[in-house]
Design a protein around this ligand. Structure first.
Ligand code: AHR
Length: 667
C-alpha cells in the first residue's frame, strides 16, 4: 500500500514536474520569464597592456544659446522678454505651438511651445500703452504707459513658477513724470486680495533709474505673476525688469548649478553651435540691462544677451570647469575674433583688456581652448562658404588671434572625409585639435540603438588614423580629435526647442560611446557631450525643478569613478561591452560593463598581471525597460545604486539593460 502510494505520489510528482518544466519552457518561449544566465563567457583583462591615459577632457560638455538651455534652464531669470524685444500690444496668446521642419536640427517636426509675441499684458486701457523709440532704454523701443485719465495702468506677466516661502529678488528701471508715481510692483501667487507682496516706488523722474525689488511668495503656483502699476498721473516708461529666486548664484539657478556641480565636467564649450556663426560677442558685455535683446540668429527664440563672456566665466568658476569658447567664423571674421581673445586674455594695457577691466574684471581669464568656428562645412551654417575659401579664413582668424595670445589652443572645424582632409592639409600649423560632430537617432532594436554612437566614434577614429598615415602635413604632428558635439537626438520636444528626452536605451548608448573614446584614448583628447540643459540635454528643468536624464547619470558616473589608464580587455562576451582601466595610483581596477540586452548576462573576469585583493565597490545604473526615463519633480525611474563587494570572485552578473561600474582593489 505504502509502495503503491509512494509510486502514485512519485508519478503525480513526475507529471507535476513535467507540467512545471513544460510551463517554464512555454513561459521562456513567450519571453515571460527571463532566463538566469548559466554560461559565463570570459573577459581577459591584461593589466600589462596599457593604453594612453584617458584625457580628462573627454568628459566635457557643451552649452548653447538655444531653446531653454541658457535662458530658462541654467539662467535664473524668471521673466520672459524682460527687455521688451517684442512690442507690447496686449494681444494674446504670446506663446504658440510651433511646428518645426522635418530636418533633425529643426526638431523633426515635433511641435513645441514658442514665445512669438510679447508676454506682457496690459492693465487698464490698452490704448494707453505705446512703444517709444526715442529715449528707448535698451533695444529698439521701450513701453510707455499713459495714466492721463488718472486710472491705474501698467503691465503684467503671468506663468511665473513660485514656491511657498521662497524669496525673490529683482530690479526695475523706470522713468517718467514725477506725478505718475507711486509705481507699485507686486508679486502675486493667488486670487485673494492678500495673495501678493508689493514694493512701492514713490518717486520717479525724467532719467531712468534702477530700483531694487524684493519679495517673498506665500504660495506655490505655476501661474504666479508680476504686476507693474502706476497709480498717479502722466506717463511712465519701463526700461527693463528682472526677477530671480533670491538664492540665485550670480544670476544662475541654484538647483541647476547644483546638478552641474554633480555632473562635474572639466570643460564647457560655449556659446554655440550654430548660434555662434551669427553672434556678436560685444552684444554680451556691459550692463546686462542695456545689452540689446535680438532674434537668435540661428534658432527660433530671443537672444536676451543677459549672458555673455563675464557670466559664462562666472559659471565656469562656480562649477569648477575650464572654458572652451567658440569664435564666429561664419558671419564674423578675424578682427572680431582677435578682439574677443584680447578682451578675454589680454592685459589691461591692451584696448580690449582695458574695456574688460572697465566692465568689472581687471584680471585676464586666460582661456586656453578656442573653437575656430562651428560646422562651417554645412549649408545650414550662417556664413557657410566653399572649403577652398574657408581654409584661408581659418588660417587668417588663427593668425590674428595668435598675435594677441600666442599660447592659445585653436580647435579647427572638421568633418571626417573631404573637409577634415583639406583642413588637416592646409591648416595643420593653425590648429591644436580638430573637431568632429556626431548625432544618432532612434533604432528599434535596442542592441543596434545602443551601438550607434560607438560605431560612429570608431569610424571617425579609423578615418583619422588613416590621415595620420597618409597626409604629409601631419608628419611629426599629433593633432588629436575634439569630438565637441556627440549625442542622440530624436523624439518629441518636451522641453522647448530641441528639448528631447533621454531614455535608458540612450544612457546605455552613451556609456558604450564613452567606452569607444576610452578604447581610442590615443586619439580623442576632448569630447563635449551635446548638450547640457534642456536642449538635447543631460539635465532637464521645469520652472522650479531640475533633474538628471539617464545620460546625465551615466556621464556623472564615469567622470567620478572610471579609471585613468586603460588596460586591454579581450574575449567574446557579446552583447556586453566592457572596458577596464587602472586608477592613476595603480591600486584600483575599474571595470565598466554595459549590458544593452533585455536578458541577464554573465561574464568571468580573468586578470593577467595582478590579483584581486577581495574587496570592491559597484555602481549599478538600470531601470525597468528601455524607455525608462527621469523627469524633474518625479520619482526617478533610472538611478544609480551603490553597493560594496566583500569578496571579488572575478564573476560579473549584468542585469538586463544596465551599466555596472566596478572598483576592484588589487594586490
Ligand atoms: O547641438 C545642436 C546643434 O547641432 C549645434 O548648434 C550645431 O553645431 C549642431 O548641428
Amino acid at each position: 500500500m505504502q509502495t503503491t502510494l509512494n509510486h502514485t505520489i512519485s508519478e503525480v510528482r513526475d507529471s507535476k514536474r513535467i507540467l512545471f518544466i513544460g510551463a517554464i519552457l512555454l513561459l521562456l518561449m513567450i519571453g515571460v520569464l527571463r532566463p538566469v544566465p548559466t554560461h559565463a563567457s570570459t573577459a581577459h583583462i591584461d593589466l600589462n597592456t596599457k593604453g594612453e591615459p584617458v584625457s580628462k577632457y573627454i568628459y566635457g560638455q557643451f552649452i548653447e544659446h538655444l531653446g531653454r538651455c541658457i535662458y530658462g534652464g541654467i539662467g535664473a531669470e524668471m521673466l520672459e522678454d524682460r527687455k521688451f524685444y517684442y512690442p507690447v500690444t496686449g494681444e494674446a496668446p504670446a506663446w504658440t505651438m510651433f511646428t518645426p521642419g522635418m530636418r533633425s536640427w529643426d526638431g523633426e517636426g515635433h511641435p513645441y511651445e514658442l514665445l512669438t509675441s510679447s508676454p506682457w499684458m496690459i492693465i487698464g486701457d490698452k490704448k494707453a500703452v505705446s512703444m517709444v523709440t526715442e529715449n528707448a532704454y535698451v533695444g529698439e523701443h521701450t513701453p510707455r504707459i499713459a495714466l492721463s485719465s488718472g486710472q491705474p495702468g501698467g503691465l503684467l506677466q503671468e506663468r511665473l513658477g513660485l514656491v511657498d516661502g521662497k524669496d525673490y529678488t529683482g530690479r526695475i528701471v523706470l522713468a517718467g513724470d514725477p506725478q505718475a508715481a507711486p509705481i507699485e510692483v507686486s508679486l502675486v501667487w493667488g486670487i485673494g486680495a492678500s495673495d501678493r507682496d508689493t514694493v512701492v516706488i514713490d518717486k520717479i523722474g525724467k532719467a531712468y533709474v534702477k530700483f531694487p525689488l524684493s519679495f517673498t511668495s506665500k504660495g506655490t503656483t505655476d501661474n504666479g505673476r508680476i504686476e507693474i502699476v502706476g497709480r498717479g498721473r502722466g506717463h511712465f516708461l519701463i526700461g527693463a525688469v528682472s526677477l530671480m529666486p533670491a538664492d540665485n548664484i550670480l544670476g544662475w539657478r541654484s538647483d541647476t548649478v547644483d546638478l552641474l556641480k554633480q555632473l562635474n565636467s572639466p570643460v564647457y564649450r560655449w556659446p554655440g553651435g550654430n548660434f555662434v556663426s551669427g553672434y556678436d560677442w560685444k552684444d554680451g558685455i556691459g550692463d546686462p540691462d542695456r545689452r540689446p535683446p535680438r532674434k537668435n540668429p540661428a534658432w527660433k527664440g530671443i537672444e536676451h544677451n543677459d549672458v555673455g563672456i563675464h557670466e559664462f566665466m562666472d559659471l565656469c568658476r562656480e562649477i569648477n570647469a575650464e572654458a572652451y569658447i567658440a569664435v564666429n567664423t561664419g558671419l564674423g571674421g578675424a578682427k572680431a575674433a582677435a578682439e574677443e581673445i584680447e578682451y578675454t586674455n589680454g592685459g589691461t594695457d591692451m584696448p580690449m583688456g582695458k574695456l574688460r577691466a572697465r566692465n568689472g574684471h581687471p584680471e585676464p581669464w586666460g582661456v586656453k581652448w578656442w573653437a575656430i568656428g562651428n560646422e562651417m562645412y554645412g549649408d545650414w551654417q550662417l556664413g557657410h562658404m566653399p572649403l577652398e575659401e574657408y581654409v584661408k579664413k581659418h588660417n587668417s582668424v588663427v593668425e590674428a588671434m595668435r598675435k594677441v595670445d600666442p599660447t592659445f589652443k585653436p580647435i579647427a572645424v572638421g568633418e571626417k572625409g573631404r573637409w577634415s582632409i583639406q583642413m588637416l592639409t592646409t591648416c595643420a600649423d593653425h590648429m591644436s585639435l580638430i573637431s568632429e560632430h556626431l548625432y544618432c537617432q532612434d533604432r528599434d532594436d535596442v542592441i543596434v540603438h545602443t551601438s550607434q554612437i560607438a560605431a560612429e566614434i570608431h569610424r571617425i577614429a579609423e578615418a583619422h588614423r588613416g590621415y595620420r598615415k597618409t597626409l604629409p602635413s601631419l608628419a611629426g604632428k599629433d593633432i588629436r580629435i575634439a569630438q565637441d558635439e556627440w549625442n542622440y537626438w530624436y523624439g518629441a520636444n518636451e522641453y522647448g526647442e530641441l528639448g528631447t528626452r533621454y531614455f535608458l536605451q540612450d544612457g546605455l548608448g552613451v556609456a558604450i560611446g564613452l567606452h569607444e573614446f576610452i578604447r581610442n584614448s590615443d586619439l580623442f583628447f576632448m569630447a563635449n557631450y551635446a548638450q547640457t540643459v534642456n536642449v538635447i540635454g543631460a539635465i532637464k528643468t521645469t520652472k522650479t525643478q531640475a533633474e538628471f536624464e539617464t545620460t546625465g547619470l551615466v556621464l556623472k558616473l564615469y567622470r567620478e569613478r572610471f579609471g585613468k589608464i586603460p588596460v586591454e580587455v579581450n574575449g567574446d562576451f557579446k552583447p556586453l561591452d566592457i572596458v577596464a582601466a587602472l586608477s592613476g595610483d595603480n591600486t584600483i581596477l575599474t571595470v565598466a560593463v554595459v549590458n544593452p540586452s533585455e536578458k541577464p548576462q554573465s561574464v568571468a573576469l580573468k586578470l593577467d598581471g595582478r590579483e584581486f585583493a577581495g574587496r570592491g565597490q559597484k555602481w549599478l545604473l538600470t531601470g525597468p525597460d528601455k524607455w525608462a526615463h527621469n523627469a524633474p519633480g518625479k520619482p526617478r525611474q533610472v538611478d544609480i545604486e551603490t553597493s560594496s563587494i566583500a569578496d571579488a570572485t572575478g564573476r560579473l552578473d549584468a542585469v538586463p539593460l544596465s551599466v555596472t561600474l566596478y572598483w576592484f582593489f588589487l594586490r
